[in-house]
Design a protein around this ligand. Sequence first.
Ligand code: ATP
Length: 515
Amino acid sequence: MNPDDIFKNIISHSKEYGFIFQSSEIYDGLSAVYDYGQMGAELKKNLRDYWWKAMVQMHENIVGIDSAIFMHPTTWKASGHVDAFNDPLIDNKDSKKRYRADVLIEEHVAKIEGKIQKEVDKARERFGEAFNEATFRETNARVLENQAKADAILARFKDALEKNNLEEVRQIIIDCEIVCPVSGSKNWTEVRQFNLMFSTSMGAVTEDSNVIYLRPETAQGIFVNFLNVQKSGRMKVPFGIAQTGKAFRNEIVARQFIFRMREFEQMEMQFFVRPGTEMEWYNYWKATRMNWHNSLGFGQANYRFHDHIKLAHYANAACDIEFNFPFGFKELEGIHSRTDFDLKAHEKFSGKKLQYFDPELNQNYVPYVVETSVGLDRLFLAVLSKAYVEEKLEDGTTRVALNLPAFLAPIKVAVLPLVKKDGLPEKAREIINLLKYDNACTYDEKDTIGKRYRRQDAIGTPFCITIDHQTLEDNTVTIRHRDTMQQERVSIEQLPQIVEEKVSFKKALQGLMPG
Ligand code: ATP
């Protein structure tokens, strides 16, 4: 099946099984805003918990906070968001569709890189074992020509962005002969900057001074609390502050389901370090975060690093962890070395010192910061899109399953009485009562057992426990494993341990920590 169709199936599966609904659907929805249903909310919570435990609980020197969405408006002056949180937008005059100019150019370059990859793949097939990719890339005329083309466009684009030269950005689009995917025409407007922050007003509405913003990132809530946390928690550099929470961006082009939303959730951690040590920590966090993603078990080939071509004004190093989404490799998480830009800016705008006294150096300084920032909704989409499988079974039927890591599954155990009578439902309730304090459980007595298994496979439930007449005699049940569909007969008292073994966060977390 082609990736577009799989993506469509994933979207409809999400709705059918209560993972994701369009916001206010009965009013035809609100663009790029989504609600999480009963299954989605559980999966999202488990992802958030896994991140929180891995970052906060597993690190003695990282603490978590929960700051407000509304912040003093000067925050966003200091952070640079009021003046510079812009995306360059361009409209196609024929289709009236709006695009991000940078995305049009980056997609054009990605197409050229796709051509190079095709050449490489073809050659690999032709030469077999003897193929040396590096030499091929350095010597093949077509590859070299395309590589030079891609590099030249990127260099020109980087230069244009650095000089904030929007006319040049437009000219690149014209020179590359980029067409509107909808109308197919090259009839483009000027490129304009568009600020992504949502604003609203607090209190009386008439005065300008009452304009406040919905935070476009959670990071600033951490920066403004830097000293509060450092002092009250007696934190010593290096240390980190983490938080998860909603962020809002008035995205120009919002598509691809929950990949780009106008209201979304971030999980961010700012790590405060001694100036001069930031590159060491930047590399540490790159490796640590990649390791975390890999621990979900979807395969290393689905992740890669991408270095930023244009560093933000505050950064001295930045990269993304990209994930192989159904629509290609795209940013999942950002890792940024933000220098002392934010704390210094808040010092300047607030007039308050935001410094740390380092007892080892016997000196005050503004710490440098390395940030890790992952979108919870994007992570959700990444997990869902790789967990979703349509399998052909031996009997010719198709099974749709979510092969989620067991500890992330919304429901851990489904308890199913074979029939709705003879005391089996009562026995099933007993088992739920045994397991529900540690695990999300569900009860289902409707339809044939086969149909019930399939319903649980479709939401990723790792265990189905079936109660039959033998259970009443000898206290044994059948436990069915989602991945293998194997069933085994075990005694009820073994259940807590069998389930715990597979679904606890502990194993996953132990797998993360060296030693
Ligand atoms: P993009 O280039 O895709 O717009 P960004 O570089 O602006 O993303 P950051 O500001 O680095 O993103 O934000 C950190 C993380 O927050 C991103 O890696 C992504 O996972 C998530 N994120 C950012 N914008 C959105 C959005 N509109 N919808 C969902 N998640 C988002």
